[in-house]
Structure formats: structure tokens, C-alpha cells
Write a protein that binds this ligand. Structure first.
Ligand code: FUL
Length: 482
């Protein structure tokens, strides 16, 4: 690309910014997923919708235990599978018989959506819903509008009966119903209902607000961009309408959620409409989404969870970690323990107390600023930020102490209200009076966590080597080895 082309492209890219609901969501960083349904009692991952409601009988259920365990991990919201593909509802829905009301749980008087949403409210945790569009129990499934009406009715029950809902997680899985038919979901109508009753809620995955990262294993991208082709938010939708015989005649390259590059200049230069569509990494603490006794010894190791946390929350994405409820209605002891360990690790590593940048000085090497967006702003974790003048794509500054420090992490954050701009950065540390390269990176976005074990130094230098138009930095933290 010629310089003038890059200039014009960059101007276009930085005009794409998040909505307030996306900003609130991104700031939650780390949230919990809870999978629980008849599958928990049949030892399956996907129920087929023929399960007898009688089998659903958790005897020691405590939604409070789920919430306090997830809170201990540092999560800020919880999404519950109110209904999974089997169609069994964890609340007494008026629109189907296949619910908790026909189960022995609390003699048919139970409502687990209520129990969890109330426990969340008590503990200061946000509450979100997963409602599977694919319903393998309902006979209306595959009948077009009749099924959509049913789905909207259930959505409305959940959006109006359980307090504030921060997200609706719409799954992409779509198969045949009990009648052998597939349903063509009326997503625009679902979105309208969600916006009407929960205007602040994000619509994830098969929705326009939060993008699926493209895998369920906790894998992350090296360069995660939040500005991507508009078509990306239509991919799941397109996948779901692919059962009709419509051909894609646009002549454009197909985009998949798992593509390694969704937002580089090279990718975006040929795209028309663009969208702010940040990624979410979702995975389970165990191999399955639902509880299986034979996975009790397969709870992910603390080190693996820390890696995923660093690469998701610290890789410009949110992290949605699933913990299954067991037959008793509880998180199992190992899962509870792991959540606690993870929370301790995160809190201790990234606490203000551990941020040694707070006792450092900034040396301005090449950091001219726009208006009063001075570089000093980045040490304090508030709304003030640094911004370079228009067209100044590269900057450099150092952070210096008057004694040697043992460092473990460097955290960089852009001000995403001004879009995502940083393309490339390099960090150096001082060794024997010379700056030596510590690492190179690409995107920063909402947050970049750089792990740099075992470094002793009294100065680090941060260079932004390329940005779209000009970089912003909202925060830089440097965390000590503990
Ligand atoms: C998938 C579903 O099919 C899985 O069962 C699980 O709910 C996962 C989060 O999404 O599409």
C-alpha cells in the first residue's frame, strides 16, 4: 500500500468505535458460564429433547455457591444456560411443558433462573442468559414464524422477569428439530426484542455486539482487532441461512470466525462496511460443557487457566469460563478450589500494590501530545489518557526507577473510545546501561498483558512503532515478580 492509501484507510478505520454497551462489557474482562440441564443427569453433552423431566433432581442446589465461587475467581458476570438444545427450561416457562415445573426439584415449584439472578444481585454480579435457538424438544421447531413466536415469548419471559440482563448469548448450533425440520431463525426479530427489553445488553455470538473467537479450546490470536469487516457479524447468521439454497453471489472471500486475521490493514482495505466487534474467548474448566463424573480429574490446571486469562483478557478479548453444575446442584470441590486459586493469582499479580510503575518516573523520549493528553496520564488508572498528535504514528518513552526491580508483567491499554490504533510495539529493558529488547508485539486494544519473567532492571523503554493515524494509551502498569 502507498503511504497516501494507508493514511486514507487509517482515517476510515479509527472512525469505528465501540457502543457504550460494548465498552461496559469489555470492562468486565472475565465472566462465568454455567452449563446445567437434563444432560447433567444423563451424562451427555447434547440432549435430544426426549428426556423425562423426572430425571432433573438436584438435591443440594446452591446458586449462592456458584456465585461466590465465580466471584472469588475475579469474574464480574455470569451467564446461565436457561435452556440448552434439549429444550428443558430451568425456569417455569408458560410456553412449554418441558420445564423445571414438571421436575421433582422443589416439587415443581423451583425456578433456577430466579435463584441465580437473585444470588447475583446480592453479590454484585451481573446476570446474563443463554437461550438456545436450537430446541430439540419443541414441535414448532422448523415451522418458521410459529417457532419464532415461541422463541420470542420465552426470550421476553427471561428479559422481563429476572432483573437487569447484561447479555444474551445466542448460540450458533443449529440442527434438526423433533420433526426432522430445521428452523430459519428470524434473528432481526430476536434482536429487536432484546433491544426493547434490555437496551444495555450485549448480544453475543449470533449477534452484533460480541464476536465468538472461533474455537472452544481457549486458543487466542496473536493480533486481535476489534475493528473488523461488517460481514463478520453476519457469518453465524449466514451459516444458519446456508440451509436455504441461496448462493453467495457477492464474490467476496468467505470470512470464518476462526480466521487468523480479521482486522489487519490488508484485510480491511478491500472491505466496505466495518464494525466494532470485539472477541470473546469461551472455554470450559473441564473437557465438557456439562458435568461428567469421569471428568472430575480433568479440571484444567491453574497454569493453563492463567495462560488463557493472559492471552484473552490480555489479548484484547473477554474471557468467558464455563464451570458445570454437578448432579447435586453444586460446583464440584476441585472446580471451586481452582477458581479460588485463579482469583488469588489474578488479584495478587495485578493489584495496585504490585504495580511498581506507580513509584517510577516517565522519561519522555518522543511523546508529543494532543491537547492536554500528556503521557503522565498513563500511570493512573482513570479516564485520562495519552494521545499523540494526528499523523504521529510512532512514539517512545521510558519508565525509570531509582533502584532495580524484579518484573513479571507489563500491561498496556489503549483508550478504545478512540478506536483501536496500535499496530506494533517493542519493549526494551536496561541491562548494563544499554537497552536490550525484551519483546515485540502487535495489537494492544482494550488490554495487552505482556509476561516477562525474571527480569531485573531499573528502566524499561516502550516504543510504539506503528499505529493507525496516531496512538492512544490509557494505562500502563508494570507488575513486580512476587
Ligand atoms: C455450543 C453448544 O453446542 C455447546 O453445547 C455449548 O453450549 C457451547 C457453549 O456452545 O455451540
Amino acid at each position: 500500500m502507498k503511504i497516501s492509501e494507508i493514511d486514507a484507510l487509517d482515517e476510515r478505520l479509527v472512525r469505528i468505535v465501540p457502543s457504550p454497551r460494548q465498552v461496559s462489557y469489555q470492562k468486565m474482562e472475565f465472566t462465568g458460564f454455567i452449563h446445567f440441564t437434563v444432560n447433567t443427569f444423563t451424562d451427555r453433552e447434547w440432549g435430544d429433547g426426549t428426556e423425562n423431566e423426572n430425571i432433573f433432581n438436584p438435591l443440594n442446589l446452591s446458586a449462592r455457591q456458584w456465585v461466590t465461587s465465580m466471584k472469588a475467581a475475579g469474574m464480574r458476570g455470569i451467564i446461565l444456560t436457561c435452556k440448552h438444545h434439549d429444550g428443558f427450561c430451568l425456569w417455569p416457562s408458560k410456553y412449554t411443558e418441558h420445564t423445571i415445573a414438571k421436575s421433582p426439584y422443589k416439587n415443581g415449584k423451583g425456578d433456577i433462573v430466579k435463584e441465580l439472578s437473585s444470588a447475583c444481585a446480592d453479590e454484585g454480579m451481573k446476570f446474563g442468559i443463554y437461550l438456545s435457538p436450537w430446541d430439540r424438544n419443541n414441535e414448532l421447531y422448523g415451522q418458521g414464524k410459529a417457532y419464532d413466536n415461541f422463541f420470542i415469548n420465552q426470550l421476553t419471559e427471561l428479559l422481563t422477569g429476572y432483573g437487569e440482563i447484561y447479555t444474551v448469548w445466542l448460540d450458533g448450533a443449529c440442527g434438526e428439530g423433533p420433526n426432522g425440520k430445521k428452523q430459519l431463525y428470524d434473528f432481526p426479530r430476536y434482536y429487536e426484542t432484546i433491544r426493547k427489553y434490555a437496551p444495555n445488553a450485549c448480544i453475543n455470538i449470533c449477534g452484533p455486539d460480541i464476536r465468538w473467537c472461533g474455537n472452544e479450546a481457549g486458543d487466542t490470536r496473536e493480533s486481535e482487532w476489534s475493528v473488523v469487516p461488517y460481514r463478520t457479524c453476519e457469518t453465524e447468521y449466514t451459516a444458519s441461512i446456508s440451509q436455504t439454497n441461496e448462493q453467495d453471489t457477492s464474490g467476496l472471500r468467505t470470512i470464518k470466525a476462526s480466521d487468523r486475521d480479521l482486522g489487519s490493514r490488508e484485510i480491511l482495505q478491500n472491505e466496505g462496511n466495518l464494525i466494532w466487534y470485539p472477541a470473546e474467548v469461551n472455554t470450559s474448566i473441564r473437557p465438557g460443557w456439562f458435568y461428567h463424573a469421569d471428568e472430575d480429574d480433568k479440571v484444567k490446571a491453574l497454569s493453563e487457566l492463567i495462560d488463557i486469562y493472559e492471552n484473552s483478557v490480555g489479548g484484547n478479548a473477554t474471557f468467558l469460563l464455563n464451570v458445570p453444575v454437578n448432579k447435586e446442584g453444586l460446583f464440584s470441590p476441585k472446580d471451586v478450589e481452582r477458581l479460588k486459586e485463579l482469583g488469588h493469582y489474578i488479584k495478587a499479580s495485578f493489584s495496585e500494590k504490585n504495580n511498581v510503575a506507580l513509584d517510577a518516573v516517565i522519561e519522555k523520549i518522543d511523546v508529543p501530545c494532543q491537547n492536554d493528553c500528556d503521557i503522565e496520564n498513563i500511570l493512573i488508572d482513570d479516564d485520562k489518557y495519552y494521545m499523540a498528535p494526528q499523523g504521529k504514528r510512532e512514539i517512545a518513552f521510558s519508565i525509570r526507577w531509582n533502584e532495580q526491580k524484579g518484573l513479571k508483567y507489563i500491561v498496556l491499554q489503549e483508550n478504545i473510545l478512540k478506536s483501536q490504533r496500535i499496530e506494533q510495539f517493542t519493549i526494551y529493558y536496561k541491562k548494563d546501561n544499554e537497552f536490550e529488547e525484551l519483546c515485540k508485539g502487535t495489537t494492544v486494544g482494550y488490554k495487552k498483558i505482556v509476561r516477562i519473567e525474571n527480569i531485573m532492571t531499573d528502566e524499561i523503554k516502550i516504543e510504539i512503532n506503528d499505529s493507525r493515524v496516531c496512538p492512544t494509551l490509557r494505562f500502563v502498569g508494570v507488575y513486580a515478580e512476587r
